[in-house]
Unconditional design. Structure first.
Length: 122
């Protein structure tokens, strides 16, 4: 009816090169490039873990969760979920087990675990 058609863009020069971090997120590179920041590796690992062919087992998922939360939020806060909230309690306990950990060390551990899982579930 009243559709809007945006104007066509005409490329007059070569398209810009994509940064390495974007290429990793797109899955075009599988390994770390020299000079990449840990945060780039961490972001790429978050994308990569969602592309596994099978879901990791419960203990691996809890480890991923705990490392992710420690790396992004820091130490666990709040009260431990009640005894009938099995899933919430397991997640809380896994995250609490990482208490006092360094954010960079947690990021690196997360990246390493994702690489291991990618080899296991590829």
């Amino acid at each position: 009816m009243f559709g809007y058609t945006p104007p066509k863009k005409i490329l007059t020069s070569n398209p810009p090169l994509l940064p390495a971090s974007l290429l990793i997120l797109l899955g075009l590179f599988r390994s770390r490039l020299p000079g990449m920041a840990l945060s780039d590796d961490f972001a790429a690992a978050q994308v990569r873990v969602k592309q596994l062919s099978k879901t990791p087992d419960a203990s691996e998922l809890l480890e991923l969760y705990a490392l992710f939360k420690q790396a992004t939020v820091g130490d666990v806060s709040g009260e431990r979920p009640g005894m009938l909230d099995f899933k919430g309690r397991a997640k809380y306990d896994a995250w609490a087990g990482k208490r006092g950990g360094n954010k960079d060390a947690s990021m690196q551990s997360y990246v390493t675990l994702v690489e291991k899982l990618a080899g296991k579930y590829a």
